[in-house]
Design a protein around this ligand. Structure first.
Ligand code: GDP
Ligand code: GDP
Length: 491
């Protein structure tokens, strides 16, 4: 079957922002002529390679070093080809043994190349043996180069791969340094290894490029979007928050059609208000400028950090469910986009004196939200009367709380202590085949995003991911926050 063309996934670490000195180092090893230099050249593309000499007693070795680019991965790459060239006497063992100097000690990973056209060569076995002896701390990825030269319909590649198992480095990755074949496979093999290295080696997340802009993130201006159907009281609520009449309030549907941006201070924090009145006011007649405003409001909605969905208390008492279809869609969408969601039940003044209805609303809304968005537990619900101008503190306290949780960062040390406890608490489905979580870390906030590095090729079952998600939420009080867990398996 022809190989499907696949693209590169996305790394959780932004390698492009990592200081070059902190990048992991990958050395290319293998007997002469397997294509180390060709692969090196492909990795560094047109960038500059540093060639330096390591004078030894008898030989001068040229080692090329450069910054490799593979998809969004970056790493330092060392080409050991010069080593063998210079030391042309002695057995391969002697010669490669000479590499044990600085070069090998500086590498954390090795790409071990073999030439698929030659089958397994006795020298490959020697290199393999030698690596096991001298490079014990180094993670090795085995690749079969020149794979473009074999017709992979005939099963030649498969049998070559089978043969290469003898080396004891697992399944080789079929590549062609010359044509670029298999580079996505190589990327996928290196990705979890290099990510794990980066996340482990740099404890201070601030030095990871991916989070530079997120360090003081909870102090950045909060973007709040107020959404809901017409007439639920969004504009009225907006005015309560702004504490001045800036938006025209009226009963007519669609009056506040355009997104209104406003800004106010709350407890020393700047809050940008994005009024997305257009969001649920789309009707079939609305074309042209109106649909433009709908699109804009949708965009601004997804730019918002916290999304406040406003419901009408009186309507809830008249309807069978607290939320209609449009409201359910918007709430789900907010969560899927990783926004922090809060629900505001407005017009509670209309239920004054109607104790039964009042209690029904207070009970029904949180329950129903839980049912329609089961993946996020504990979405905050507040009950207010915007008309009476009373909701400001109640609403803003929840908004700020939701925002701060959304920006939360947990240290790796704390997470791994937590993980050990949690693992003992959970009855994992099948102890024997259960992938082991080796390392757990937060790579991103806004929303909080975690990576679980597991051993072996098996994926964690969904039930386990759900268990971890729930435990994280319970133990770190992240209710209502759409947290994400990404799994990476490392061999
Ligand atoms: P090194 O000694 O391991 O550094 O190997 P080189 O990179 O110098 O490559 C040795 C020979 O193999 C050269 O003639 C390359 O053109 C050739 N070569 C390298 N990669 C490939 C490949 O993917 N396919 C084919 N067909 N030839 C390759
Ligand atoms: P929007 O279309 O969602 O922006 O809703 P508006 O803010 O324009 O309000 C629609 C109508 O509901 C207006 O007549 C408001 O006076 C009224 N309203 C808004 N909030 C409340 C409230 O808390 N209680 C009551 N009783 N009416 C409200």
């Amino acid at each position: 079957e022809p190989r499907k063309k696949r693209g590169y996934k996305k790394s959780v670490v932004d390698f492009t922002k990592v200081d070059p000195d902190s990048l992991p180092t990958v050395i290319l090893v293998g007997r002469p002529n397997v294509g180390k230099s060709a692969l090196f050249n492909r990795f560094i593309q047109r960038r500059e390679a540093l060639v330096y000499n390591t004078p030894d007693d008898h030989v001068t070795r040229d080692i090329r070093e450069g910054i490799a680019k593979l998809g969004d991965l970056r790493f330092r790459v060392l080409d050991s080809a010069g080593l063998e060239m210079a030391a042309s006497t002695g057995s391969i063992l002697d010669r490669t043994a000479e590499m044990t100097g600085n070069v090998l000690r500086r590498s954390q990973f090795a790409i071990f190349l073999i030439d698929v056209r030659d089958g397994l060569h006795p020298m490959d076995l020697e290199v393999g043996k030698w690596l096991r002896k001298h490079a014990s701390g180094i993670r090795i990825v085995l690749v079969m180069n020149k794979s473009e030269s074999l017709d992979d319909h005939t099963g030649c590649l498969v049998s070559a791969a089978g043969e290469a198992q003898i080396l004891g480095y697992g399944d080789p990755i079929a590549i062609s340094a010359e044509t670029g074949l298999g580079m996505v496979d190589l990327y996928e093999a290196l990705l979890p290894l290099l990510e794990e290295y980066m996340l482990r080696s740099i404890n201070d997340k601030a030095s990871l490029g991916c989070s530079i802009s997120e360090v003081e993130e909870s102090k950045l201006p909060l973007q709040l979007a107020i959404v809901g159907r017409p007439n639920v009281g969004k504009s009225t609520l907006l005015n309560t928050l702004l504490q001045e009449d800036r938006v025209l309030v009226g009963p007519e549907v669609g009056l506040t059609r355009d997104s209104v941006r406003a800004q106010f201070q709350y407890e020393g924090r700047t809050v940008y208000l994005v009024d997305t009145a257009g969001w649920l006011q789309r009707t079939k007649q609305e074309k042209g400028p109106a649909s433009l405003s709908v699109m804009q409001s949708r965009q601004s909605l997804m730019r918002a950090h916290v999304i406040a969905l406003v419901l009408d208390a009186e309507e809830i008492t008249n309807a069978r469910s607290s939320m209609n279809h449009a409201e359910v869609v918007i709430a789900r969408r907010a969560v899927e986009e990783g926004r922090s969601l809060i629900v505001i039940v407005n017009k509670m003044d209309l239920l004054r004196g109607k104790q039964k209805l009042y209690e029904k609303v207070i009970k029904a809304v949180p329950e129903e939200i839980q049912t329609v968005i089961p993946q996020v537990t504990g979405i905050p619900v507040v009950f207010v009367s915007a008309l009476e101008g009373k909701g400001r503190t109640t609403v803003m306290r929840q908004v700020v709380n939701a925002y701060e949780k959304w920006c939360l960062r947990l240290s790796t040390a704390r997470l791994n202590r937590w993980l050990r406890k949690v693992m003992s608490r959970h009855s994992w489905k099948d102890q024997a085949s259960q992938p082991k979580i080796k390392y757990f870390t937060q790579v991103k906030a806004r929303p909080p995003t975690f990576v679980a590095f597991t051993s072996g090729k098996v994926q964690l079952p969904d039930t386990d991911i759900r268990f971890l998600t729930k435990s994280l939420k319970d133990d770190f009080d992240m209710g209502g926050i759409p947290i994400r867990i990404i799994q990476r398996s490392v061999p």
